[in-house]
Design a protein around this ligand. Structure first.
Ligand code: GDP
Ligand code: MG
Length: 222
């Protein structure tokens, strides 16, 4: 499978990078293949190079391009460096509900992401393989409480049965859009208050004591 880099993103209002993280074999590649290509394979897919798949979606009339990065299995050798998740807008942290250890690994990834990217990155936690509910070892309540404690949203998914995946990416994308809008607003209000501050400085500097002229300069500066 090749990277899907076809098409231009110029028409998209938003372009987000999303990384999939989690222990080997929890179903990361299966989730992204199900979501983007609606395929599922019973075998562990090892042939993927570190790569991304593009998924275009429409939310509230806005065109969004998701660039979803999957690993080439480096996580098994603890060899996944910050280069992989650098500049991510969102991360999907995947564990296997039948594997307690994989849930603990999610906690390590969250710590790492927060350390490297701060709180700007939007997090979704996926408890995958819910078709194997009978073999569950991770309690839903524990996973949900943990997600709340780190500001993430928790989802139950099955790549095999195509459950919960659309919802996960939709909700994550909505939050990334919200975050992007907030960042834009912050930037433009900073710009505004920056120029307002400059105006005040001009008044202070140029008019030391003369009351009437102060009004005149303040008027000119604005
Ligand atoms: P990755 O190493 O995290 O990328 O995991 P893979 O996507 O390669 O999946 C590892 C194994 O788990 C493969 O045998 C998949 O078929 C299987 N798998 C993935 N998702 C599911 C799921 O939702 N249910 C079940 N039963 N098996 C799954
Ligand atoms: Mg994989």
């Amino acid at each position: 499978m090749a990277n899907n880099t076809s098409g231009t993103n110029a028409s998209c209002a938003y372009n987000f990078k999303v990384v999939l993280l989690g222990e080997g074999c929890v179903g990361k590649t299966s989730l992204v293949l199900r979501y983007v290509e609606d395929k599922f394979n019973d075998k562990h897919i090892t042939t993927l190079q570190a790569s991304f798949l593009n998924k275009k979606i429409n939310i509230a009339g806005k065109r969004v391009n998701l660039c979803i990065w999957d690993t080439a299995g480096q996580e098994r050798f603890h060899a996944l460096g910050p280069i992989f998740y650098r500049m991510s807008n969102g991360a999907v942290l995947v564990y296997d509900i039948t594997d307690e250890d994989s849930f603990q690994k999610v906690k390590n990834w969250v710590k790492e992401l927060k350390k490297m990217l701060g709180n700007e990155v939007c997090l979704a936690i996926a408890g995958n393989k819910i078709d194997l509910e009978k073999e569950r070892t991770v309690a839903i309540e524990d996973a949900e409480a943990y997600a709340v404690s780190v500001g993430a949203k928790h989802f139950l998914t099955s790549a095999k049965q195509n459950r919960g995946i659309e919802e996960l990416f939709l909700e994550l994308t909505r939050r990334m859009m919200e975050r992007a809008r907030e960042a834009d607003q912050k930037a433009s209000s900073l710009k505004r208050s920056g120029s307002a501050r400059r105006n005040i400085v001009v008044v202070d500097d140029e008019v030391p004591a003369a009351g009437p002229r102060a009004g005149c300069c303040a008027g000119q500066a604005s």
